[in-house]
Design a protein around this ligand. Structure first.
Ligand SMILES: Cc1cc2nc3c(=O)[nH]c(=O)nc-3n(C[C@H](O)[C@H](O)[C@H](O)COP(=O)(O)OP(=O)(O)OC[C@H]3O[C@@H](n4cnc5c(N)ncnc54)[C@H](O)[C@@H]3O)c2cc1C
Length: 411
């Protein structure tokens, strides 16, 4: 049953309705833990599928997991700013959907809404909102990351309209846990590289799809290599136009960039958390460290306000080339936060019991580059800013209009 909110609800109304709903429906022990800032207990609830599965289903039925989506597809039809307020209300209790659902909720949903057929919307959006399906993004390849349009995974159409896919993807986050994948594959190598690509929605249980986890330096294994061997896809797996996959991918990439710029709310952030730690262990007394922490606090607040403004100005979708500026700044802040995490608490960062879990400051230090690579590197964001916002000339590409099959191989 969706929360009783008009699509024209203001941010304050949206926040109040979502907050009241969470207080009413969250299991009492978890609400008590959240109100008492007992975060390990809240995290245990979210990590326990027996308890969190029904909770996420209820959150989805209420429209609170996908507040910008149309009402008929599991959303509340809210503006980006009011939807941000909903997310903020849920996030304060730390009981929203996790990072493993980022691709599904932030990328797959909006891309299917923009390009899907009625049948695709009907099939995928409701289960996505309720947390029944997890999605992964099968874009990057060993030879195609920043130059995504250089991808060589091949999909060949059969006489009956079905497809056979062969190729390899890499860095596919949570693919080993996913039910469906967003796949870009080359369908016509005789066309120039951006024009011969088609976008597919892939059932990850299809024979021939094999996800192999890759161990990261944080010790986790969230990434995968995904091998696609003679994978048969039905004709209705195509999302958007045949050979028009690049335009569909742009929707996904803009959403991704936008989703990696922090939430549209001004308040407690990474700098605040680092300041609390520094205050707690006395390192805040160190003037150079204090200066860096306060500088980061100011920059983080400025980014939060810019993100909030971008959402408010953009109505029901905040994606655009301007998102590159925010993603670039967010990536820089995350790097600084990773470095500061270790400097605020050097003893924990340098020594922890053998065999014990990696402590938070070490994990944050090791993961500091995440946002400067994922969703398009910082160099690529600078290129987008230069070309699309500043109007500078594009990098020359003399092969641009050549058929993909006639271009020299770069890898
Ligand atoms: C945490 C994380 C999660 C990810 N999740 C996914 C996922 O789920 N699905 C998926 O498909 N991919 C995923 N990726 C992959 C990510 O999109 C790519 O790593 C990224 O696009 C860069 O591609 P690459 O690694 O091939 O580097 P390359 O493209 O080889 O780049 C190498 C270096 O060259 C620079 N460079 C390249 N081209 C240019 C240029 N034209 N101008 C200036 N500099 C340039 C880059 O900035 C970089 O520093 C993830 C990556 C990370 C870090």
């Amino acid at each position: 049953m969706p929360v009783d909110l008009s699509p024209d609800a203001t941010e304050a109304e949206a926040y109040a309705a979502a907050d009241a709903w969470v207080r009413e429906h969250l299991p009492a022990d978890v609400l008590k833990a959240a109100l008492g800032a007992e975060w390990p207990e809240v995290a245990a609830f979210v990590a326990d599928p027996e308890r969190s599965t029904p909770w996420f289903a209820a959150l989805g039925d209420a429209g609170l997991s996908s507040p910008t989506w149309p009402c008929e597809h599991g959303g509340l039809g809210l503006s980006a700013a009011s939807a941000g307020a909903v997310t903020e209300a849920v996030t304060q209790y730390r009981v929203g959907r996790t990072m493993a659902d980022f691709v599904g909720l932030a990328l797959a949903g909006p891309t299917i809404i923009a390009h899907g057929t009625a049948a695709q919307k009907e099939r995928f959006l409701g289960p996505l909102a309720r947390g029944e399906h997890r999605w992964c993004q099968l874009f990057s390849e060993p030879g195609a990351g920043s130059d995504l349009a250089g991808l060589s995974t091949r999909a060949e159409q059969q006489a009956d309209g079905t497809w056979v896919v062969n190729g390899q993807k890499v860095w596919s986050s949570f693919a080993h846990l996913s039910d469906f994948g967003l796949l870009m594959a080359r369908t016509d190598p005789s066309l120039p590289k951006h024009r011969g690509i088609t976008y597919f929605l892939v059932d990850m249980t299809t024979p021939g799809v094999e996800a192999r986890p890759l161990r990261q330096m944080t010790g986790h294994a969230e990434f995968n290599e995904v091998f696609l061997t003679e994978v048969e896809l039905p004709a209705d797996a195509v999302l958007g136009e045949l050979n028009g996959g690049w335009a569909v991918a742009i929707t996904t990439l803009m959403q991704e960039r936008n989703g990696l710029t922090g939430r549209p709310a001004v308040g407690d952030g990474k700098a605040d958390e680092l300041l609390r730690r520094a205050h707690g262990n006395g390192s805040l007394e160190e003037p150079v460290l204090r200066d860096r922490l306060l500088r980061m606090l100011v920059e983080e607040r400025a980014l939060q306000m810019t993100t909030l403004r971008a959402y408010a100005e953009a109505g029901r979708g905040a994606a655009g080339a301007e998102g590159s500026v925010r993603k670039l700044v967010n990536a820089q802040l995350e790097e600084e936060a990773g470095a500061l995490a270790a400097e605020v608490d050097p003893l924990t960062a340098l020594s922890w019991p053998a065999g014990g879990a990696v402590p938070a400051p070490v994990e944050e230090f090791l993961a500091m580059k995440t946002t400067s690579i994922a969703g398009g590197t910082s160099e690529i964001q600078r290129n987008i800013i230069a070309e699309r916002l500043l109007g500078l000339p594009k990098d020359p590409d003399p092969e641009k209009d050549k058929p993909f099959s006639e271009r020299p191989r770069t890898s």
